[in-house]
Write a protein that binds this ligand. Structure first.
Ligand code: ADP
Ligand code: MG
Length: 318
């Protein structure tokens, strides 16, 4: 069976020649010409019950996360969010659910000052699709294709909180109540990195958001930039819930590296820009960690300090 990305490439990735569309399928957002000197960054993401959230999940959280995952793609282009649309497929019109869902959605929309400008509402199996739009200066978008050999690889925040929660909900492991509470808090404080990301250029010109696990996502950068990459597993910052969970260290590492859903930013920068990147992160109150380096293409993906055998593939829907 075709994998998710082979499927997209085989059937939907067609060449686009319009000068008004500088970037189409293949990056976190497409780019189209916008007002003078700017491109519009456009992304769309669907959330399905059982895949992106659990049936019994807090509706407020579902609303919050639906927008957050889209803003995450805007941040991966260095774009500043400007508005979004919402398409809802609902099994029923449940007012209590919708009230909380809308509160979660707008808590984030209001925080980043973006209006909901339209959408669509239909009946069917529950599913949420948001399209988010942002602006980014021409030739200043952070592209998956811009990594250069010798660049440092940074990530924002920490990894593994979402993966830990998913494993707990799927009964693959048990957690003390206080750790589950931390997981809930982490979910609700998943941060929009757009402000920091929109200031990264020219210190960085390459980014991707970590949605499918770090190895799957760095591979997109490697393919599109035609480079290799070194990741030092000992440098990966773990989410607080994962740090505190009473689990085997090798399992913790697997959860941090292989599970998706953290929606942090991975970006690269020249070594000489390291201090400026750290200063910018501090000014934006964003934690960043250098986790590796871009290598020559022939070296492929080099993973240092793995505590166990891992399958270095990211999450794919197929
Ligand atoms: P992300 O995880 O950053 O949202 P995806 O991994 O979902 O991106 O998709 C990779 C690329 O393929 C993106 O540029 C996206 O716009 C594009 N894409 C995904 N599905 C389709 C589709 N059905 N038709 C056209 N383009 C698609
Ligand atoms: Mg993305």
């Amino acid at each position: 069976m075709l994998g998710e990305f082979d499927l997209i490439n085989k059937f939907f990735n067609k060449p686009v020649t319009s000068a008004n569309i500088p970037l189409s399928v293949g990056d976190d957002c497409a780019l189209v010409k916008f007002i003078e000197g700017y491109n519009l960054a456009i992304t769309t993401d669907t959330l399905n019950e059982g895949i992106h959230f659990f049936k019994d999940e807090d509706p407020f959280f579902i609303g919050y996360k639906s927008l957050l995952v889209n803003l995450s793609d805007l941040s991966a282009m260095g774009a500043e969010p400007i508005f979004f649309t919402l398409s809802l497929t609902l099994e029923q019109s449940d007012e209590k659910f919708l009230d909380l869902f809308a509160k979660g959605l707008f808590s984030l929309a209001d925080k980043v000052h973006i209006p909901l400008i339209g959408g669509n509402t239909t009946k069917g199996p529950f599913s949420i699709t948001i399209s988010a739009y942002g602006k980014v200066k021409e030739n200043q978008a952070l592209l998956r294709s811009n990594a250069q050999v010798g660049d440092l690889i940074f990530i924002t925040g920490s990894l593994g909180g979402s993966g830990l929660y998913v494993k707990y909900k799927n009964k693959e492991l048990s957690l003390d109540d206080n750790i589950v509470n931390i997981c809930h808090k982490e979910g609700m404080s998943m941060a929009c990195r757009c402000d920091f990301a929109s200031k990264l250029y020219p210190l960085s010109s390459c980014a991707i958001d970590i949605s499918d696990g770090i190895f799957g996502d760095i591979k997109h950068v490697m393919e599109q930039s035609r480079v290799g990459a070194l990741i030092d597993c000992n440098l990966i910052p773990y989410a607080l819930s994962l740090q505190k969970a009473k689990l085997d260290e090798a399992l913790k590492q697997k959860i941090a590296l292989l599970s998706g859903g953290d929606y942090e930013l991975l970006f690269t920068c020249r070594k000489e820009h390291r201090d400026q990147v750290l200063a910018l992160a501090k000014a934006c109150q964003v934690d960043v960690t250098c986790i590796g380096e871009i290598l020559e293409k022939d070296l492929g993906l080099v993973v240092k300090n793995a505590k166990s055998k891992m399958n270095f593939l990211g999450y794919e829907h197929f």
